[in-house]
Design a protein around this ligand. Structure first.
Ligand code: SF4
Length: 75
């Protein structure tokens, strides 16, 4: 497991269903803001393989738990 995945697991408070996570990552993979090499979002810099699994996560920039969402409202 990569460092990014480990960090993502620590910050995830609740997870979505496997189907929901698959739907989200497929949207990211088709998005022009998705970095194919590192699998990060260009806007939030999140590692999307971890972020798409989160229903809620601890947002370091706001220092609170938030509903996980795409910054462009694509999911
Ligand atoms: S989180 Fe949104 S903006 Fe970022 S790569 Fe995924 S679909 Fe694109």
């Amino acid at each position: 497991m990569s460092l990014g995945e480990q960090l993502g697991r620590l910050l995830i408070h609740e997870q979505v269903s496997e189907d929901e996570a698959k739907m989200r990552i497929s949207i990211c993979e088709g998005c022009d803001l998705f970095k194919q090499d590192t699998r990060q979002c260009s806007i939030c810099d999140c590692y999307m393989d971890s972020k798409v699994k989160a229903k809620r996560h601890f947002e370091l920039t706001e220092f609170k738990v938030v509903d996980t969402h795409c910054p462009k409202n694509k999911w």
